[in-house]
Design a protein around this ligand. Structure first.
Ligand code: NDP
Length: 594
């Protein structure tokens, strides 16, 4: 046996052992929602002067729920299709979605700015860094809002109330928390993918008496500073942070600069590759952006590179594309191809583990920071400062050996029977991703015959392309459930927005008052998804728990239905294009103007 083979066998066994430590019977049930007793965690800390406005009564063509990139891209694409009579309803105080809510220190995009920040060509904007910081991305959202005149359509600080379909009028009737009364021909839900924050259901969490908040509701009034200024009120304080995912790895270096002590409570180490961030070379960007269509080309190239399509040129050429080039749905066509994929996966993770040894001074700490799972089990992370933070005297890694925090009491956090008193406790515990659509929407549309969407989706989603659903005419869903998914979420959102807008345009031109799929077409779509997912099943079945596999819980029917499109986003887009090119609206029922 070669050394490599022996190492691979040993890693496989280690992956299995680490996974077993983390499997829990409660699966997704281990988390708490930011409501009820935890409603305070969900308050918007960024609106300083609450908006005062009169309620409106209006008949419009389209209502879009959500003003993040999904909602913005839908709105802009509607405008491109000549549809300007629409409203955007948004809970937050501005455009941005993820980038409105996530203002934690160190927050930045983890996909290259030139592919992630949409509409750079249209707005003429040059990101200042290869991986732009959150304030810059939030400003870009506002720039887009102004450039495309989206503000005049937006109803901010407004929650959806009811949304009810009427067969008599072929319209949706919509109410809001501000007593608005709207009707719309089409209802687009772009309510977010990673927006519903969750807390770990650690025993005693409600007894903690110090300051506590979730990373997506950062309390700068308490920590001092701002997203652009160092935090200046933590100098005498002990900070605890629970979680070591994509968020924590960005926040910990900043906390390590500001706080007296930082305790990082780790259940599963993140795999942290080289980021290589730096300022944008203006000359290079000028040349790059001189070619019309450059950004769409770069987005497509990135998505191809991270989904194993191995484009001739790797335009982005960063940690993502170098780590993901073997991602061919995680299974090859032959046992030999599978073996090659497994080896490549192992080697990439070995590099990440070797990086920990290179960067961490203390050997014991280094061992604890190594990630023992396959590269598609959790979202990979990349950072130039996170690991090095653990060399600082004021930063303490509290590894829970896969078991998670045991208890929270009035004064701190307990792990392995040891109490760690902290003055502030920060939950970097992530967001709901694989839970049901309606739960994450925040309202429950009522379709034909008074049926609610939660009732229709009681056993999981039923859709055509993740967008249309039977009995809910003219409802267009933007979500990753039964739809595409990509490392670059904005690529997915741009494609969905464009598709939905062209579909609405065509319906209007063809005099179609109501469109919905047949249940047969929905069944065919889920069979297509399950067929494609077969290649992934073996891989994910041995993965450590994460939001990718619903925390390793047994697959329920609901879970099986709430899958994302398992292949490349580019293939999903091709499905949409082919479907649209067939001008007969295959698999749908249409109500035409009489
Ligand atoms: P994650 O879900 O990735 O991480 C949550 C963390 O909380 C994990 O480390 C988890 O441990 C830990 N945790 C949960 N319960 C416990 C417990 N009981 N005890 C101890 N630890 C616990 O959330 P993030 O917010 O970090 O990231 C979510 C996603 O948001 C990312 O995958 C990414 O898609 C996106 N994101 C994107 C960024 C960008 O730059 N574009 C930046 C930040 C986030 P365990 O791993 O064991 O479950």
């Amino acid at each position: 046996m070669t050394d490599t083979q022996a190492n691979l066998d040993a890693a496989r066994e280690r992956y299995r052992l680490e996974r077993e430590k983390r499997l829990r019977v409660d699966g997704l049930g281990q988390f708490k929602e930011l409501k009820g007793d935890y409603a305070d965690f969900d308050k918007d800390p960024y609106v300083t002067e609450p908006l005062v406005r009169d309620s409106i009564t209006e008949a419009t063509d389209v209502v879009i729920v959500g003003a993040g990139f999904g909602g913005m891209m839908a709105a802009i694409n509607l405008q491109r299709q000549g549809i300007t009579n629409y409203r955007i309803i948004e809970k937050g105080g501005d455009f941005g979605g993820t980038w409105y809510w996530n203002r934690y220190p160190g927050c930045m995009c983890d996909v290259e700015s030139y592919t992630y920040l949409p509409l750079l060509e249209e707005t003429g904007y040059m990101p200042t860094e290869k991986y732009a910081s959150a304030p810059e991305i939030f400003s870009h959202c506002q720039r887009i809002g102004k450039h495309f005149d989206l503000y005049e359509h937006a109803l901010f600080e407004t929650l959806m109330g009811d949304a009810t379909w009427s067969d008599e009028t072929n319209r949706w009737t919509i109410t809001t928390s501000r007593d608005d009364q709207l009707t719309a021909k089409f209802l687009i839900t772009a309510a977010g993918i990673l927006h519903k924050a969750k807390l770990p259901g650690i025993p005693g969490i409600e007894t903690y008496a110090g300051k506590a908040f979730h990373t997506s509701r950062w309390d700068y009034a308490f920590t001092g500073g701002s997203p652009t200024e160092p935090m200046d009120k933590l100098g005498d304080l002990r900070v605890g942070i629970i979680g070591t995912g994509a968020t924590a790895i960005q926040a910990v270096p900043q906390l390590s600069r500001a706080a007296k002590e930082v305790f990082v409570f780790q259940r599963t180490p993140a795999a942290v590759g080289i980021r290589g961030n730096g300022p944008t070379d203006e000359e290079w960007f000028k040349e790059l952006s001189a070619k019309p269509g450059w950004q769409a080309e770069r987005m497509n190239n990135f998505t191809a590179a991270v989904t194993g399509e191995q484009p001739e040129v790797d335009l982005v050429n960063d940690g993502w594309t170098r780590s993901m080039w073997t991602n061919t749905q995680m299974a090859g066509p032959t046992p030999e191809a599978n073996a090659a994929l497994e080896l490549a996966d192992f080697e990439i993770m070995e590099e990440m583990r070797a990086r920990v040894d290179e960067l961490i001074d203390d050997a014991e700490t280094a061992e604890k920071l190594k990630a023992w799972y396959g590269k598609h089990c959790k979202r990979l992370t990349f950072h130039d400062e996170y690991l090095q933070s653990f060399n600082k005297d004021n930063v303490h890694l509290v590894d829970t050996d896969g078991r998670g925090v045991e208890l929270i009491n009035e004064t701190g956090v307990v792990v392995g029977g040891v109490e760690y008193p902290v003055d502030v406790l920060i939950f970097a515990s992530g967001f709901e991703v694989t839970t049901g659509i309606v739960r994450r929407l925040g309202f429950d549309p009522v379709g034909r015959d008074g049926q609610s969407l939660s009732d229709r989706f009681a056993d999981g989603a039923h859709t055509l392309h993740g967008i249309l659903t039977a009995n809910f005419p003219n409802l267009m869903i933007i979500s990753t459930v039964q739809a595409g998914y990509g490392t670059n979420f904005v690529h997915f959102l741009s494609e969905s927005g464009a598709h939905i807008a062209r579909l609405i345009r065509r319906c209007m031109d063809d005099g179609i008052e109501a469109i919905e799929p047949t249940t047969e077409a929905e069944d065919e779509w889920i069979m297509t998804l399950w067929g494609l997912a077969a290649g992934m099943a073996d891989y994910t079945s041995v993965c450590t728990p994460s939001y990718y596999n619903s925390e390793g819980q047994e697959v329920t029917e609901e879970g099986a239905r709430n899958v994302t499109y398992p292949g490349s986003l580019l293939h999903y887009v091709k499905f949409l294009d082919d479907w649209f090119a067939d001008e007969t609206y295959p698999g749908t029922k249409l109500a035409k103007k009489t």
